[in-house]
Design a protein around this ligand. Structure first.
Ligand SMILES: Cc1cc2nc3c(=O)[nH]c(=O)nc-3n(C[C@H](O)[C@H](O)[C@H](O)COP(=O)(O)OP(=O)(O)OC[C@H]3O[C@@H](n4cnc5c(N)ncnc54)[C@H](O)[C@@H]3O)c2cc1C
Length: 817
């Protein structure tokens, strides 16, 4: 019995030491003290004491002596590591090296430092940025009629193009010294999101010059001469840019482009110069049909060694005037009925001087790295903002629509099925906005968080897809019938575009998030890989040994932490934040340890093969993403000073993320090929089974009420939705929702009077007037009811057309002619 107690003390002590990540030397000392006390005063047979001492001498002593440890542990493991290390192409290495590690690094530590996150300043617009949003963006939205843009003109109206150029919408990232707006990433995002509540077409147009494109490439890598020439022209709209990377044979695998530039001599402005002969075939290029400066990615070759010893330089970026001989440009694609300018371009033997390369000849072959560095952070802005805007409009209108639209004599919001959908929409929009603003805020703090940006791109666009579907379902036929009265259809159509561009989502989920995260964000893996690749063998062994023992300590600690927090349902992990949401921080702590443990086990057991096992690595990426989403939600709640009314939204989003996280872990373990490892992991991670549930119906109901009734939570969640004129299809909702809410008790009174027989509404009679006549309601209430009916009729109305209005070349035009 006493022996068992000592063993328990030993196990408990070991668990505590590893849980608290006590340094190796101190832990060894603690074991030594334990052994001495146990030997002198402990119970149990002598052989057990001898066994403990033998274990101590064999394990603890060598690991504390670097020379022994390196020779007998690290060296053989370094050899194994070199064999299993995944092969990496230069393009993969460039992608990996670009950007910085931010909150993803903390989540990968198994013990996130919450102060680090919460001390990051709350994302906030400057007064100038807020004024731009309230004035210029508002005015622009007023010029945009999405139906005419998408159906009649197939373009923005000329005055909107002029306004965009004149007011610096294309120059949000260009510094003021070049005439740009020099806005923060947050402002860029807010502007796009607000435009997207009005016109998905215009939001796509504005996004491009402010994301990956000539301006950003010039700012980061351009020569002074190039910056001085192009940036003021881009800022004032003299030049409209596009950037052409994608080719028919190279989409997701853009590094595989065949487009080429061959260094040669040629004539330029009457003189012979060394330049490049370019050939390309690009497609899907946004703004290409109207561009006056074409950013081009191609592979540069120098077979005659006119610029150096290298023959094949690799991907290079240049700025090309699109009207040179040999260039074809101007034709348009038609991306899912959204007529933002997008089209192909080809170039045949186009000769340009070498100084057209962005950054000059010294940047030849550096194009891929340049693009990865720009996209690394930029991915967090364009598509997350545009889709968050579309979802915001979806929630703003659907919440109100469900309150005014009646079926079976009740607002459809009253039906459980609709209530469930509304709850999900509100919870998801809160999470989307949290992720979008937190990631933009990190960029404004000087980070280039590539993994966080990829998480934002993937999950915000995927949540938008869900919210878009939900909005359409609740609207029924009203969402489907296109026309000026339909405010949802075009935004809905735009979602697959957001899913596809700037890293198609399947690829982003399966390759990028965990692929980069496992190496970049993990505290030790990149250090181990760098050491393994180091040709200086002594330094390699020293660095590898350092990283390896740190890594082993981390893995042991995470095993202890995962198990302890699973057994205690994360109740005792300290987060040092006194907030109503404290428990969610604790649960993320638990999953952070479990996730890193699972991740280490997967890397160790599968090695380089994990790269090809996308279904497994994607699930690890999902776990990281859900922790990131929940963290963003918690931060938003703190940044907004814990508004009490928002608590259901915060809870819904956290519970949803934790539940999905748990299910991803379960699916990962269920499919892990090494069943023994999977079994051990399951014992450590889920010793009490799967304990997290999806958000409850009651919580969803609270959110459904929040978004379908006027109030501070609805206002905060849908702030910066363009509603326009009060008589416009979206503008009608404000008055209608207020009236519908205020009149609910009045309508109930009428229903009860009808049921009791006190009121009989004759065929063709106006119910409000009949109720007034019967004394059930007063005259003011009757007038309000009639007004609500008028508004509702306008809201539920859809468009119809003369058959000749639809179709660009209808048959009957010819027949009648
Ligand atoms: C409207 C629009 C605007 C665009 N604007 C521009 C622009 O301005 N400039 C520009 O250069 N390009 C632009 N693009 C191109 C865009 O970036 C590409 O469409 C995108 O990279 C995907 O390439 P793809 O369409 O050829 O699909 P593919 O690469 O053929 O991919 C098809 C599917 O396979 C998946 N997939 C591919 N590889 C993997 C993998 N290893 N693992 C898992 N899944 C994988 C993808 O996720 C995708 O779901 C635009 C595209 C569209 C549609």
């Amino acid at each position: 019995m006493l022996t068992a107690l000592w063993i328990l003390v030993f196990i408990g002590g070991s668990l505590a030491l590893t849980y608290h990540r006590v340094p190796l030397f101190l832990a060894t000392l603690a074991y030594l003290v334990f052994l001495i006390v146990y030997t002198v005063a402990g119970a149990g047979p002598d052989w057990l004491k001898l066994l403990f001492w033998a274990l101590f001498l064999v394990i603890a002593v060598p690991v504390n002596v670097p020379a022994i440890r390196r020779a007998y542990v690290s060296k053989p493991l370094l050899d194994v590591f070199r064999r299993i290390m995944p092969e990496m192409s230069q393009t993969e290495a460039d992608a990996l090296e670009s950007g910085s590690v931010w909150w993803d690094g903390e989540l990968f530590s198994g013990r996130p430092n919450w102060q680090h996150l919460l001390n990051t300043p709350a994302p906030k617009l400057s007064a100038e940025e807020q004024a731009f949003l309230d004035n210029e963006v508002e005015e622009l939205c007023g010029m945009l009629d999405e139906w005419k843009i998408t159906h009649e003109w197939c373009d923005l109206p000329p005055e909107a193009w002029d306004y965009l150029k004149k007011k610096g919408f294309f120059a949000m990232i260009i510094p003021k010294r070049y005439g740009g707006r020099e806005f923060s990433a947050l402002a860029n995002s807010e502007v796009l999101a607000k435009i997207a509540t009005r016109s998905a077409t215009c939001a796509s147009i504005v996004a491009v010059p402010n994301s990956l494109g000539p301006a950003e490439l010039l700012l980061r890598y351009g020569t002074e001469q190039q910056k001085d020439y192009y940036l003021p022209r881009l800022a004032d709209g003299t030049d409209v840019p596009c950037f052409a990377l994608t080719a028919p044979n190279a989409g997701s695998d853009a590094a595989a482009i065949k487009d080429s530039g061959v260094v040669c001599k040629g004539m330029w402005e009457g003189k012979e110069v060394v330049g490049m002969r370019l050939n390309w075939d690009k497609r899907y290029i946004t703004l290409a049909p109207v561009a006056t400066v074409l950013g081009l990615a191609f592979k540069l070759y120098d077979p005659e060694h006119l610029i150096g010893d290298t023959e094949a330089y690799g991907i290079t970026c240049a700025l090309i005037p699109p009207h040179l001989p040999g260039i074809t440009i101007g034709r348009r694609h038609f991306p899912l009925n959204l007529p933002f300018q997008n089209g192909p371009t080809q170039g045949k033997d186009v000769f340009v001087p070498l100084d057209f390369i962005i950054g000059g000849t010294k940047m030849a072959g550096r194009g891929w790295r340049m693009l990865m560095e720009c996209l690394g952070a930029g991915r967090a802005i364009s598509l997350p903002s545009n889709t968050a805007g579309a979802a915001r409009l979806g929630v703003y209108t659907t919440g109100a629509y469900a309150r005014v639209r009646k079926q079976f004599h009740l607002p459809i919001a009253r039906f459980d099925g609709v209530d469930e959908v509304l709850g999900r929409m509100g919870g998801m929009l809160y999470a989307m906005e949290a992720v979008r603003t937190m990631t933009a805020g990190a960029i404004d703090q000087g980070e280039a968080p590539a993994v966080c940006a990829a998480i934002s791109k993937l999950h915000v666009t995927e949540m938008a897809r869900q919210v878009g579907n939900d909005a359409m379902d609740v609207h029924g036929g009203k969402g489907i019938q296109l026309g000026p009265k339909n405010y949802l259809g075009r935004g809905y159509e735009s979602i697959p575009i957001a899913i596809t561009v700037e890293g198609a989502n399947i690829l982003t989920r399966n390759l990028m998030i965990y692929g980069q995260g496992a190496i970049r964000s993990h505290p030790y893996v990149l250090r181990e890989m760098r050491a393994a690749a180091d040709e200086d063998h002594a330094r390699a062994l020293r660095d590898f040994d350092d990283a390896l023992f740190g890594h082993i300590g981390l893995a042991l600690s995470n095993a202890a932490r995962a198990l302890w927090m699973a057994l205690t349902y994360a109740r005792f992990t300290r987060v040092h934040i006194a907030t109503p949401t404290e428990r969610y921080y604790q649960h993320i702590n638990r999953f952070s340890a479990a996730f890193v443990l699972a991740s280490d086990a997967a890397m160790l057991s599968l090695g380089g093969a994990l790269k090809k096992r996308e279904k497994l690595s994607a699930r690890l990426g999902d776990m990281l993403s859900y922790m990131y989403i929940a963290s963003a939600v918690l931060k938003r709640y703190e940044d907004q000073h814990r508004p009490e009314e928002d608590l259901p939204l915060v809870e819904w989003a956290c519970r949803d993320a934790l539940y999905r996280l748990q299910e991803s872990m379960h699916a990962f373990l269920r499919n892990f090929p090494n069943r023994l490892v999977a079994g051990v992991l399951r014992v450590l991670i889920f010793p009490r089974g799967r304990m997290y549930s999806a958000p409850s119906d009651a919580l969803g109901h609270e959110i459904a009420e929040l978004i379908s009734l006027p109030g501070p939570a609805r206002i905060r969640l849908t702030r910066n939705t363009y509603t326009g004129d009060p008589a416009s299809p979206v503008g009608l909702f404000k008055e209608a929702l207020e009236l519908a809410t205020r009149l609910e008790p009045v309508e109930r009174r009428i229903r009860e009077a009808e049921k009791s027989g006190k009121l009989k509404v004759g065929h063709g009679a106006v119910p409000a007037l009949a109720a007034e006549e019967a004394g059930v309601i007063d005259a003011q209430e009757a007038r309000a009811l009639i007004r609500l009916e008028e508004l509702t009729a306008k809201i539920v109305a859809v468009d119809d057309f003369d058959p000749m209005e639809l179709g660009t070349k209808p048959f009957r035009t010819q027949a009648r002619a």
